[in-house]
Design a protein around this ligand. Structure first.
Ligand code: GLN
Length: 224
């Protein structure tokens, strides 16, 4: 059976937890999990996960490791999944960037608010209804830690965006609530895919529920 190599960018953040989740998966193909720290590591990968952590630090360390431009190129041809800080890095534009600006890989046509839930309420859990994942009727208990908020889906000539999960409007931070907002407002989106790329604003790797890892491997990486 041919192996498939899934990389996890291992410069900072929750990469070990993603590794543990991938190692637990039952996959139809043998998974080779690679912690990516160098260009050589990246070149071995068929797909990549960018973990949560601190987007500014991950970007800086990627730049120092000579990985920043190669990661952009990687994204043009291979699937990437960004969780939390990783989701910020994959976005086209960011509100609330670090003073002086911060580098993004871009690639997904969305605008995102860094630390969108603010610094006061730093973390919370919410049960999510899922669209298209295994056992979609069983809620996914999602952990949000200084999470970003998707603000806008931007028009693009790339693949369309599919919403994978939303949170109820009532869980949005009051500062983002506007009159006449509806449950299908982009700000309620917490998981989406565009082409073979996946974005989650929360941390599936910090739970024992591996359905997002399974989704990424089977629906984004192993599809033809
Ligand atoms: N707020 C962090 C950032 O800017 C992300 C937090 C996280 O990944 N848990 O990168």
């Amino acid at each position: 059976m041919e192996e498939v190599s899934i990389g996890i960018l291992a410069l900072q953040g929750a990469f070990a937890e993603h590794q543990a989740s991938l190692n637990r998966l039952n996959s139809s193909r043998k998974l080779n999990v690679i912690l990516v720290r160098t260009l050589d590591d990246l070149h071995q990968c068929d797909a990549l996960i960018i973990p949560g952590g601190e987007s500014t630090t991950i970007a800086l360390l990627a730049r120092l490791a000579g990985l920043f431009e190669p990661l952009k190129e990687f994204m043009n041809t291979k699937p990437i999944w960004g969780t939390c800080a990783g989701a910020i890095l994959l976005s086209q534009s960011v509100v609330g960037a670090k003073k002086g600006g911060q580098e993004l890989l871009g690639g997904l046509s969305i605008k995102i608010a860094r630390n969108g839930w603010g610094s006061q309420v730093e973390s919370f859990e919410a049960p999510l209804d899922l669209n298209g994942l295994e056992e979609s009727t069983r809620p996914f208990q999602a952990l949000f830690i200084r999470a970003p908020v998707v603000l806008e889906l931007q028009s693009s000539s790339d693949s369309p965006i599919t919403v994978v999960a939303r949170i109820p409007l009532s869980l949005l931070p009051p500062s983002l609530i506007e009159e006449n907002m509806t449950e299908d407002d982009p700000r309620t989106i917490v998981a989406l895919r565009q082409g073979r790329h996946l974005l989650t604003t929360f941390h599936p790797e910090l739970t024992e529920d591996d359905r997002f890892h399974e989704y990424f491997v089977h629906k984004c990486v192993l599809i033809q």
